[in-house]
Ligand binder design. Structure first.
Ligand code: PLP
Length: 453
C-alpha cells in the first residue's frame, strides 16, 4: 500500500519572519539543550525546526527560513521530498529492520544496483552499504588495504573525511575535528593539495606544479610501493570548496594506476547531482577505483555506500564488511525515492541552473568588494573565499562569520567552511525554485554589503 504524502503544499515556499531569530521558543529549547546535550555537539543556528519542505525550514516560533545549506548537502532533493516521504512511509509500515547480514531484502540490492549503474565507469562493480560518510571512507580504506596488501594511505591538505578515529587521521584540519582526540590511526600520510587560489606562484603555476609536488612528496616520504590508496575529494568540502587545478585529479588517477595504488574518490559531499553531474569525478574525466557516497544519496536518512571494481570489492573474505544497521531498509527506501527524484526532475541539470543563477550575482558582488578573493565550485556547490583586500590574501574569518550571522538573523540558513574559516559556501536544495534562490541571494548580498561596507 502506498499513500502519497506531500508536504510541499503544506509549507509555502516563502520566507516568513514571525519573531527575532532565534525566537523565544527556540531560545527556551536551547536552554534545555545546554542542560541535556553534550556541549561538544554545537549548533550553528539554534532555531528548532518543526517542519520542512522543499527549500523552507519552519521553526517552532513560526519563522520560515530559506535553506542554503541542505543540512550540509544532504537534502539535495528538498526536505521531505514527496517520493522520499512516500517510499519511507510505505517501507516503515512493511518492516523496519532485519539486518542485511542476517536475512536480506531487495531494497538493499536496488540501492547497490543504482550505485553500480550511476557511478563513473562501465566496468563491473559491487557496492556495500553503511550508515555514514565516515563509515564509508573507513570501509573503502579496508578494501584498498586488503586488495593491495599495502598499508599506507595518502590524504590531501585541506581534506575532510569524517570524525571516527581513522577518518580524523585522514582529515587535515585540527580545530575542531582533531584537537585533543589523538592518538590517531597510523600509516596515514598527507600530501599537498592543488589549491589554485593559494598556490605560491598563483593559479597558472598551480596547474603546472601541483601534481609534481604531490608525486615528489609521496615518493620521497612514503614510497609509491607502500601506498594502498590515495583518498581525495574531487572538490574539497569542509576544507573550503577547493577545486583542484584542471587535470590534477586525472594525473593523480593515472599515477595511481601506474603504481598499483587505488584511487578512492570521496564523493560524500560532491555526489548525487550536487555539482551538476551525478559525480564530480566525471567532470575530471576520472574513473575512481572506489567511490564513497552518503549525504545527498538518501534524501535525509542516514545511508552511505562504497562502490568499486568487482575484483577489489569481492577480494574481501565473507563477513569482513558490514554492520548491524548498514543499508537499513527504511534508509534504502529513502535513497530509492531520492534517486528517482533526481532522475525524474533532472536535478543534475537543475544544479547547473543554480550555478547560472548564483555565479553572475557573486561575480557582481566581487566587483564591488575586494574582500571576495575567489569564487569557486560547480553546480550547486559554490563558495567565495574572503580575504583582507586587494593584494592581501590574509584569510578574513571575521568578515565570514559576520556575514553568516547577519544572514541567519534575516532567516537565511547559511554555512561557512575552510581550513582558515574564511569560506562562505552555498549548498541550496535542488528543489528550491528560482524565486527562493534569488530572495536568498538578495539577503546574502545585503548582509555582505552591510558587514563589508
Ligand atoms: C561529510 C563528509 C564525510 C563524513 O560523513 P559523515 O556522514 O558525517 O560521517 C566524509 N567525507 C566528506 C567529503 C564529507 O563531506
Amino acid at each position: 500500500m502506498t499513500t502519497t504524502v506531500s508536504r510541499e503544499h503544506t509549507v509555502e515556499q516563502k520566507r516568513v519572519l514571525a519573531t527575532a531569530i532565534p525566537g523565544p521558543r527556540s531560545a527556551a529549547l536551547q536552554q534545555r539543550k545546554t542542560a541535556a546535550v553534550s556541549s561538544g555537539v554545537s549548533t550553528g543556528l539554534p532555531v528548532y525546526i518543526e517542519r520542512a519542505a522543499g527549500g523552507i525550514l519552519v521553526d517552532v516560533d513560526g519563522n520560515q527560513l530559506i535553506d542554503f545549506g541542505s543540512g550540509i548537502a544532504v537534502t539535495t532533493v528538498g526536505n521531505a521530498a514527496p517520493r522520499v516521504v512516500e517510499r519511507v512511509t510505505a517501507q516503515v509500515a512493511d518492516f523496519t529492520h532485519t539486518c542485511f547480514m542476517v536475512t536480506p531484502y531487495e531494497e538493499y540490492l536496488e540501492v547497490a544496483e543504482a550505485l553500480n549503474e550511476l557511478t563513473p565507469g562501465d566496468h563491473e562493480k559491487r557496492s556495500a552499504l553503511f550508515n555514514s560518510g565516515a563509515e564509508a571512507v573507513e570501509n573503502a580504506v579496508k578494501v584498498a588495504r586488503y586488495f593491495t596488501g599495502r598499508q599506507a594511505v595518502v590524504a590531501l591538505d585541506h581534506g575532510y573525511h569524517g570524525r571516527t578515529n581513522l577518518t580524523m587521521a585522514l582529515t587535515a584540519k585540527n580545530m575542531p575535528y582533531k584537537q585533543g582526540f589523538g592518538p590517531f590511526a597510523n600509516e596515514i600520510y598527507r600530501a599537498p593539495m592543488s589549491y589554485p587560489f593559494r598556490w605560491p606562484g598563483g593559479p597558472a603555476d598551480c596547474a603546472k606544479e601541483s601534481f609534481d609536488v604531490f608525486v615528489s612528496q609521496v615518493q620521497t616520504q612514503v614510497g609509491a610501493g607502500n601506498v594502498a590508496a590515495v583518498v581525495m575529494e574531487p572538490i574539497q568540502g569542509e576544507g573550503g570548496f577547493i577545486v583542484p587545478a584542471p587535470g590534477f585529479m586525472k594525473q593523480v588517477s593515472e599515477w595511481c594506476t601506474d603504481n598499483g595504488i587505488l584511487l578512492i574518490a570521496d564523493e560524500v559531499q560532491t555526489g548525487f547531482c550536487r555539482t551538476g553531474d551525478w559525480f564530480a569525478s566525471e567532470h575530471e574525466g576520472v574513473v575512481p577505483d572506489l567511490i564513497t557516497t552518503a549525504k545527498g544519496m538518501a534524501g535525509g536518512l542516514p545511508l552511505a555506500g562504497v562502490t568499486g571494481r568487482a575484483e577489489m570489492m569481492d577480494a574481501v573474505h565473507g563477513g569482513g564488511l558490514g554492520g548491524t544497521y548498514g543499508g537499513n531498509p527504511v534508509a534504502c527506501a529513502s535513497a530509492l525515492g531520492a534517486i528517482e527524484t533526481m532522475k525524474e526532475e533532472d536535478l543534475c541539470g537543475r544544479a547547473r541552473q543554480v550555478e547560472a543563477i548564483f555565479l553572475p550575482r557573486l561575480r557582481a558582488l566581487a566587483e564591488r568588494f575586494p574582500q571576495i578573493g575567489d569564487i569557486r565550485g560547480r553546480g550547486a556547490m559554490l563558495a567565495i573565499e574572503l580575504v583582507n583586500g586587494p593584494g592581501d590574501l590574509t584569510p578574513n574569518a571575521a568578515l565570514t562569520a559576520a556575514v553568516n550571522k547577519a544572514c541567519h538573523a534575516e532567516g537565511l540558513v547559511t554555512l561557512t567552511c575552510g581550513t582558515y574559516g574564511n569560506v562562505f559556501r552555498f549548498l541550496p536544495p535542488l528543489a528550491a525554485g528560482d524565486a527562493l534562490l534569488n530572495e536568498g541571494l538578495d539577503i546574502f548580498e545585503a548582509a555582505f554589503a552591510a558587514a563589508a561596507g
